[in-house]
Design a protein around this ligand. Structure first.
Ligand SMILES: [Zn+2]
Length: 348
């Protein structure tokens, strides 16, 4: 009996070795759109309610290994000010905003956006120090100009995910140059190639396009294709404050705009709805690919939530289906993007 057991164990191991069966590595990444911790949200944070903006979403965010958002506000001490008194398009969050993001399980933020320099260079330094102190990675800005284009690589379950972030434009002329990663189609190929040596999967964050429109302009579609041709796996867009369509271009998945997340814009219907996406990455053999892309409708605002009526959810996804060239479908009550396997495209 003892011998038989040993033989069976040996057979089992040799079969495993023969088939090169390895445990499949997986990790999940969630991405959401614009987060503004300034204006009235900043005032709530200053009152000491650090959990205020993410109170109704943090438990859902905790279900992903990595959580990405576009941080649209600097995090800086401005003596209680969270918005320019004369111009409400200049705003900032307080330093404690970093702890708020951390408490909501946010792991990485893009700081490359048109508000990255609203309160200047010292505020940028503070923002990066505050994020770093809270243990949150940031990508797309730097106080040291030579580091502007340094990517971030996060590793989970042995899968290395590389992030780059760019903005298409800034709100001001001048001194931000060299500190904020401005999208440059002539250098994206070298940025992505350099990151490819260190990462199994590459996500590029792109802040740009036109506000309050359903579809991206030709310039954005062009830039997304340039990023894909450079070798990115996913391009995540934001800035329009509207959710825009989803598209596969060759082997790269485009989210043209995730819309708002923590951003209060009650004036229009679609500024109050954002898109969240959770990608499950799978390593099989040497390649890391998207195993599943689940979509979440977000009620965006001061305190976003995932609570929507059936009618609202239907309207949100009907619009998204219409705007997307890739298949967006419902299964067992959840919504997904049809995954294109790498081989499917290559065989065409
Ligand atoms: Zn913006």
């Amino acid at each position: 009996m003892q011998v038989l057991t040993t033989v069976l164990v040996c057979m089992c191991v040799s079969t495993m070795l023969g088939q090169k069966v390895a445990p499949e590595a997986r990790t999940t990444i969630a991405a959401f759109g614009d987060v503004n911790l300034g204006r009235s949200v900043g005032q709530e944070l200053l009152k000491g309610d650090i959990g205020y903006p993410f109170r109704y979403v943090k438990d859902s965010l905790a279900k992903s290994d990595i959580v990405f958002v576009n941080l649209e506000s600097q995090l800086t001490e401005q003596n209680g000010e969270t918005q320019n008194p004369k111009y409400n398009l200049i705003f900032c969050g307080p330093p404690v905003g970093a702890a708020s993001l951390k408490g909501a399980h946010v792991t990485i933020v893009s700081t490359a956006n048109n508000h990255a320099y609203d309160y200047g260079r010292r505020a940028l330094r503070e923002t990066l120090v505050n994020l770093d102190s809270a243990g949150i990675a940031s990508v797309g800005t730097s106080i040291d100009s030579v580091e502007t284009f340094v990517p971030v690589v996060l590793e989970h379950s042995g899968i290395r995910i590389g992030f780059l972030a760019y903005t298409q434009f800034m709100n001001f002329k001048g001194t931000w140059k060299g500190h904020v990663a401005l999208f440059d189609e002539h250098r994206i190929a070298q940025d992505v190639a350099a990151l490819r040596a260190k990462a199994d999967f590459i996500i590029v964050s792109y802040h740009g396009g036109s506000e309050y429109v359903d579809r991206p302009p030709g310039t954005v579609k062009h830039d997304f294709k340039v990023i894909a041709d450079a070798g990115a796996d996913v391009v995540v867009g934001h800035h329009p404050h509207y959710v825009q369509g989803i598209e596969w271009y060759q082997n790269t998945l485009f989210f043209y705009s995730l819309g708002n997340f923590v951003f209060y814009q009650p004036q229009l219907e679609w500024t109050q709805m954002g898109l969240g996406v959770q990608l499950m990455l799978v390593r099989s053999d040497s390649a890391v690919t998207i195993g599943q892309a689940q979509l979440m409708a977000v009620r965006a605002g001061l305190q976003p939530s995932f609570v929507l009526s059936a009618t609202e959810e239907r309207a949100f996804f009907q619009r998204l289906v219409k705007l997307s060239s890739s298949q967006v479908y419902q299964n067992n009550g959840s919504w997904f993007v049809q995954i294109r396997k790498r081989d499917e495209y290559n065989e065409r």
